[in-house]
Design a protein around this ligand. Sequence first.
Ligand code: ZN
Length: 502
Amino acid sequence: MSDKYQQLRELLGEIFDLEAASAVLHWDQRTYMPPGGNSVRALQIATLKRLAHEKFTSDELGATLEAAKAEVSSLDPDSDEVRVVQKVERDFDRKRKVPTKWVSEFFRITALTEHAWVKARANADFAQFQPHLEEVVELRRQYIEFFAPYDHPYDPLLDYFEPGMKTSEVKAVFNELRPRQVDLVQDIAERGTPVDGSMLHQPFDEGKQWDFGVEVAKALGYDFERGRQDKTIHPFTIGFGVDDVRITTRFDPNYLGTALFGTMHEAGHAMYGQGVSPNLDRTNLIEGASLGIHESQSRMMENLVGRSRPFWVAFYPRLQEVFPSQLGEVDLESFYRAINKVERSLIRVEADEATYNLHIMLRFEIETALMEGKISVGELPEIWNSKMEEYLGILPPDDAKGVLQDVHWSSGYIGYFPTYALGNLMASQLWIKIEEDIPNLSRQIERGEFGDLLAWLRENIHQHGAKFEPMELLQRVTGSGLSAEPYMRYLRNKYTDIYKLS
Ligand code: ZN
């Protein structure tokens, strides 16, 4: 009875296998591959990506999709079958617009560019990276034209990461956020009781940092039987199926926060990947609803859980046991305030919650201007630095701590950054609902118990994968659309308490 749907699933399975194989190569490239392997690796990834693209956009898939669509039309509109067909149809229409030749060129160039970025960043030398980035931007300009007509040239890029979202909507919500975040940061600087964060900046044994991070990730619910952790320059999560979702972490031997919060962040992503319904495995629906929704999961674990007082009621005694000489004499409240210290700092991934979105807005403004053709790649370091001064009042000492700090552009991920800020907003919206549904949540977290929280996330978010578009999912779960209000209220309350602002 469901012949055609089964045929579609078989095709999707084969495409998924090609994508997963390419992801394994990518994971290896960023973890263990010797530098010499890079040029041939770029070709290998490009070949697999091209084959996956050819299969996904084939007439065979198109015909099977049409037949499956007819076959499942009488089923529940929220069933896996109907939603898989809808998602595949959207992706089919989108991918058919992009020529296969462009796809393999894009993945070949970005694999080389990522490698160039690693070197340029190590040398803090943007000039070395510039010609590579120019190629990527040119490819992205071509990509945009495949989707003409559009309201804004940035729309097709944004839509790739955040399906359904428009540049104008992001601009509107950022315009609402920017002055309120700038105000908050200013209030803290002018009226806040100073916070001492120095105890976090001491030598911390890397092995012990690793072990404590693993302990925390396991407690949160990250399953190491279906995952693992490795070291990289830029932390990321990558999945090859619901039963193999891996994280990477970066370690700083002289600062506790990098690995600790990085691991919790990636564990949040990975738990989403591990929580997708097995019924959706070997399809493109296991990626999750969008990067914004994904980021809501990682930022929730990193911040709403990991930078909360209840969490450290549970884990601080343990952390003191691991680092007695560094933290033995530091009380819980001082530690809690230290991990939430607001600083006008250079590095996005290490930014506190009050300044984080300002880092994102800077990147969003640069990316949109770049795509509008208002600025050129060569101007990026200068524009980056002037915006850092304007929003955060600081100037990067070199490009490694400035325009070269993120891997995204080298991977061709232009349009990606706004999803981090959207994830922050969505996490706060979800949290309100979670606290309603689990009234004693804080007490559970104080006891180091995350079972109810994980079960809630599994039920409401994780299991669905990409069955629902991000705004539909948010609406279904919270009863409202995207809003900046819960996030701003959360930040205000949290920092009023920590900095004694009232
Ligand atoms: Zn993330």
